[in-house]
Design a protein around this ligand. Structure first.
Ligand code: NAD
Ligand code: MG
Length: 401
């Protein structure tokens, strides 16, 4: 997975941020502003959040900005008139941003919408900092084959995978006993099943340790996030699903661990601030300074651990089953989850319905081998259609009750 990059160490790195207005995107912009002499910005993209995009473009002076939602583009064109910054609109413009010549591309679009832009950067053989875990979940084997074919370098941003990347022996997976992904347990870690029936979107997005976008925050609350991360881990570090473990660690200090055959366990620790793993990928193969709070273990005092509860967090089981089944199952899981999370955030279904929607879709969706990106797209669309039907059924049942 680690390939040589054309950019020589020490020279100025040209970077693009796909999804620059989101949580990961803004943290990336923050780091670039702190290391202004080391980076030039080629392109920035957003979906709708044009005010943030305009502010970032004025500060970072990219060559190109892309607005996914075409209805918002005039505001950006007006605001950036006379700056020399090119402005594009629509899905094609986001893909163009990824195609432009940057050494390093942050893939921080949320959901399967990030697949084609990320793949476009991979196909150029770029260094791709991968935050967008959904694209590996829905198209992992195809993505990894393209990474190898085009000599791209995939640098995991997800804190767990970034931790593993830092401590794993990339050459000798045979010397690894297991990989343990740590999980905070989310805001409902201690809730009973009965309490979880009535939790609100506002409660679900209030993560105890991390500040993140709405979708991943809900995924953390259902623990689907850890399920998606199991699938992500199997593609990035293919040690076999049975050697991938999950451990709840509420303080989010140990970001993941690799256990070796001699009994040694290597872990990466730090305060929960995504600027640490992002800076690791920005500087790679060197390290650059990040402003994250320093870890003070004496003040924290105690680190605790517990096993995840499969009864209260069924999404974890659903994701593990999808990983074992392979083929189109993870693609269906991801599509159903994206639709269900959106329905929950919009108040159309309850929190516990998210897992039910995903399970329904996995039960009825067609299982098949995926050989092309078009296959992934078709299964993704099928999964979304089935999930919308399931959400409507659940919201009707709720109104009747
Ligand atoms: P976010 O919702 O804060 O930001 C998402 C970004 O994607 C925004 O810039 C938005 O404009 C853009 N976007 C949304 N829909 C789009 C579409 N259809 N087309 C083009 N652009 C679109 O999300 P986030 O929390 O920054 O997460 C981004 C990705 O990183 C997700 O895949 C998430 O799982 C992963 N991740 C996030 C964190 C975190 O701490 N936030 C940690 C680990 C992994
Ligand atoms: Mg993570």
């Amino acid at each position: 997975m680690v390939n040589s990059s054309e950019q020589s160490v020490g020279s100025k790195r040209r970077v693009t941020i796909l999804g620059s207005t989101g949580s990961i995107g803004c943290n990336t912009v923050d780091l670039i502003e702190r290391h202004r002499d080391s980076y030039d910005v080629e392109a920035l993209t957003c979906h709708r959040n044009v005010d943030v995009l305009i502010g970032q473009a004025r500060k970072l002076k990219p060559s190109f900005v892309a607005v996914g939602d075409e209805s918002q583009v005039e505001t950006v064109e007006d605001a950036l008139a006379g700056t020399g910054i090119e402005v594009g609109a629509g899905r094609e413009a986001v893909i163009e941003a990824a195609a432009r010549p940057a050494d390093w591309v942050m893939a921080a679009i949320v959901g399967a919408a990030g697949l084609l832009p990320t793949l476009t950067a991979v196909r150029r053989g770029a260094m791709v900092a991968l935050a967008n875990k959904e694209c590996l979940v829905c198209a992992g084997p195809l993505m990894m084959a393209e990474v190898a074919e085009h000599g791209a370098t995939l640098l995991p941003v997800d804190s767990e995978h970034n931790a593993i990347f830092q401590v794993i022996d990339h050459e000798r997976y045979d010397l690894i006993d297991c990989i343990t992904l740590t999980a905070s347990g989310g805001p409902f870690r201690t809730f009973t099943h009965a309490q979880m029936t009535s939790v609100t979107p506002a409660q679900a997005v209030a993560h105890p340790n991390w500040s993140m976008g709405a979708k991943i925050s809900v995924d953390s609350a259902t623990m689907m996030n850890k399920g998606l991360e199991l699938i992500e881990a199997q593609h990035l570090f293919p040690v076999g699903p049975e050697r991938l473990k999950v451990l709840v660690h509420p303080q989010s200090v140990i970001h993941s661990m690799v256990s070796y055959v001699d009994g040694s366990v290597l872990a990466q620790l730090g305060t929960p601030d995504m600027r640490t793993p992002i800076s690791f990928t920005l500087g790679w193969p060197r390290r650059i300074a990040a402003p994250s709070q320093r870890l003070d273990l004496a003040t924290i005092g105690q680190l605790t651990f517990e096993m995840p509860d499969p009864e209260r967090f069924p999404c974890l089981r659903l994701a593990r089953d999808a990983l074992q089944t392979g083929g189109s199952a993870p693609t269906l899981l991801n599509a159903a989850n994206e639709v269900a999370v959106e329905a929950f955030l919009n108040g159309r279904i309850g929190f516990l319905d998210i897992a039910k929607v995903v399970e329904d879709v996995l039960n009825v969706g067609e299982l098949k081998r995926l050989t092309t990106i078009d296959d992934v797209h078709d299964v993704d669309q099928d999964g979304r259609r089935l999930a919308k039907t399931a959400c409507e059924r659940m919201s009707r049942a709720d109104r009747v009750a």
